[in-house]
Design a protein around this ligand. Sequence first.
Ligand code: FEO
Length: 170
Amino acid sequence: MLMKKIEDICNRQVEREGYSSNLYLSMASWAENNGLSGVAGWIYSQSDEERIHMLKFIKYINERGGKAVMPALKKPAADFKSVEDVFKEVLKHEEFITASINEIVALTLEEKDFNTHNFLQWFVMEQVEEETSVRIVLDKLRLVGKNNMYEFDRDILSLRKPASTAGAIT
Ligand code: FEO
């Protein structure tokens, strides 16, 4: 049975993963409206992964005898200054999510909830991958140059990590 404080912090993460998915949908939609189909594709895929992360938490909470609660999600920004700003914001957001996961990990150790601790290890590794993949995108953006968005947009999908690492919902 899940301890109440672990259930609550996992539900907090349901909201954060759900917001991540919504935020990235908004960014992808902005890119699509600006003729950047490659950038939009990269971010739409990221949004799908965030939904899977949210589902993993929902299922885990319920399977452990808790109650997953669907949150109201804050409205994300609809406009962005540039592609570089979008990816800088993605990186900042992923760093926030990493800190959030680490906070749950720390609580599970404090409360000796080793089952949840074990469940979280997938997320710990996933955050390393996600931060790395965004940093690679930002590096490529600097290399190609902000004035050559055509090439950057054409090639960005080749930078996506294989879908298999998104993880199945179990
Ligand atoms: Fe689910 Fe990108 O953190």
